[in-house]
Design a protein around this ligand. Structure first.
Ligand SMILES: NC(=O)c1ccc[n+]([C@@H]2O[C@H](COP(=O)([O-])OP(=O)(O)OC[C@H]3O[C@@H](n4cnc5c(N)ncnc54)[C@H](O)[C@@H]3O)[C@@H](O)[C@H]2O)c1
Length: 495
């Protein structure tokens, strides 16, 4: 992004791989749920983190998907194959394979059952967000942690993206004063946003809805940025765009067979070129085809590429939430899953000034020569050349009262999720850096704190009323004991 404002002196670089990390023992891992996300951990344990651990078992009901990852491990380590256990045999897998730690990358609705059982079977756990789909499920995990005293690592990769870490540094430094208000606007485009409407996420019982599944990332960021816990939540919104009766079908006469006006719309012009902007090309992507193609589907009927305009979709796509925080800050949050571009905007207003973070991940939805949407701008040089209005990039601007706004440099990230994944993996596999001033490593309490906003918001969507987070009865104290802008770790003792 371009800037006409002066640049302030560079802040201390965001620490990424802290040198104070103690050597960790090599651990035995079971990967539970071997779909798309499991790939991140499998690659880590066969690559950069092979010295910290090895995969000794898979727990997965679909043999085709388990085999896909197992073959990768064999290719890269020469060892193998590893046994595959069904979900009912998780405890047996842990005992027979002497598993130290399980990595849970199943659909969200299965997290609470698998995490609490793994803890009770004597393993530590690494779990993907969201920790659980609703407050009762979250409570199961809180109880299992309290009972076993075992370690649970939440993988909040967004904390590790240098741009998000840079905003945390600005707020924690006190330069904009005490935080009074946050505005957070997250836009998922019609590529990424639509994807939640094609598979299990579309059933709200399996994902907790986007306010839990997706926004738990965002609510975690807010709590972490401002070092505070949510107190009261009110939400509004619903499924407005996708589905058989959503606005797109109602308005767009461009759906095949729906009639008038096709020639007038951008979608109709794409269709005339043979491009269906709503279709996922499973067969055209080797990885997707292997994980979710006909052979995998024959095992369990998992449909990866359902029509986003189907009947029976329960997931909301247009959401607004107000959150009050314990120390008085207010958050206005919005999420749409059908924007023409992908990115987010955060404005943090404090007693001494404002910090504004603006990120464009895809300035528009563009299609390659093969008719497939371009997903990763960093892997497709030139895809958005010439877009000066919404250029790909990020910008952090800080302005103090009675001063001009200044650009704050953001360190370069590496790889996926704004550069977050590489640094996250170092904390997960090497053990959290002992003195990370940004406090990025996250535990179960952070996971509950983040999802609590979604649970409360879901209640509010149903009742139309504000919900006090304490009334969710989560069994854990979400407030921090004291305000420490430089906490050594975000984990605390169980309540
Ligand atoms: N942090 C991130 O940015 C990020 C990104 C993507 C996904 N995720 C999270 O990762 C998790 C997995 O998502 P995904 O996209 O890989 O899903 P997926 O559907 O591709 O894979 C899930 C796998 O779990 C298996 N499974 C289902 N029930 C199971 C059970 N009871 N026990 C064991 N395995 C079971 C499925 O057969 C499938 O192979 C989700 O919780 C999701 O929220 C996080």
């Amino acid at each position: 992004m371009t800037s006409g404002s002066p640049t302030s002196p560079a802040p201390a670089p965001v620490p990424v791989l802290a040198p104070d990390r103690p050597a960790s023992p090599r651990r035995r891992y079971a990967v539970v749920g071997t779909g798309h996300r499991a790939g991140l951990y499998v690659s880590a344990l066969t690559g950069a983190h092979a010295d910290q651990g090895e995969i000794v078992a898979w727990v997965e009901p679909n043999a085709v998907r388990a085999r896909y990852h197992d073959e990768q491990v064999t290719r890269e380590t020469g060892a193998g194959p590893r046994p595959v256990y069904g979900p009912d045999d998780l405890e047996r897998a842990i005992a027979e394979q002497r598993v130290d730690r399980v990595i849970v990358t199943t659909p969200d609705h299965a997290h609470a059952d698998l995490v609490s059982r793994a803890l009770r079977a004597g393993a530590d756990v690494v779990v993907e967000k969201p920790i659980a789909t609703d407050e009762a499920e979250a409570r199961r995990i809180v109880d299992a942690v309290a009972e076993t005293g075992r370690d649970l690592t939440m993988t909040f990769n967004y904390r590790y993206a240098p741009r998000n870490a840079a905003l945390r540094e600005v707020v924690a430094s006190g330069e904009i004063g005490d935080v009074l208000a946050i505005h957070f606007d997250w836009a998922l485009d019609t590529v990424h946003g639509a994807d939640y409407f094609r598979r299990w996420h579309r059933d709200k019982r399996r994902s907790g809805g986007l306010l839990v599944h997706k926004s738990s990332h965002h609510f975690d960021l807010v709590s972490w940025w401002i070092d505070d816990a949510p107190r009261r939540v009110v939400a509004s919104g619903g499924r407005r765009f996708y589905g058989h009766d959503g606005a797109h079908v109602r308005e767009a006469s461009t759906r095949p067979g729906t009639g008038v006006g096709q020639e007038d719309t951008a979608e109709a012009r794409l269709r005339a070129e043979g491009i269906d902007p709503w279709r996922l090309d499973l067969a055209g992507d080797e990885r997707l085809a292997a994980l979710y193609g006909p052979e995998a589907r024959a095992e369990d009927g998992y449909v990866r590429d359902a029509d986003v305009f189907d009947e029976g979709i329960g997931l909301e796509d247009t959401l607004a939430v107000l959150v009050e925080y314990e120390r008085g800050a207010v958050l206005t949050y919005s999420l749409v899953a059908h924007a023409p571009y992908e990115g987010y905007r955060v404005v943090v207003t404090g007693t001494r000034g404002r910090a504004e973070l603006e990120v464009v991940e895809r300035g528009s939805v563009a299609f390659g020569d093969d008719g497939v949407a371009v997903l990763d701008p960093t892997a497709t040089p030139g895809a958005w050349d010439g877009d000066t209005v919404r250029p790909y990039g990020e910008r952090l601007v800080v302005q103090k009262h009675w001063e001009r706004a200044v650009d704050r440099p953001i360190p370069e990230g590496v790889g996926g999720h704004g550069g977050g994944d590489v640094f996250l993996l170092a904390d997960v596999f090497d053990g959290p850096a002992a003195h990370d001033p940004l406090g990025r490593a996250a535990g179960y309490r952070d996971g509950i704190r983040a999802s609590a906003v979604g649970y409360a918001a879901n209640r509010s969507l149903t009742t139309g009323l504000p919900v006090t987070v304490a009334d969710l009865d989560l069994g854990v104290e979400l407030r921090r004991a004291h305000h420490d802008p430089h906490p050594a770790t975000t984990e605390e003792t169980p309540a």
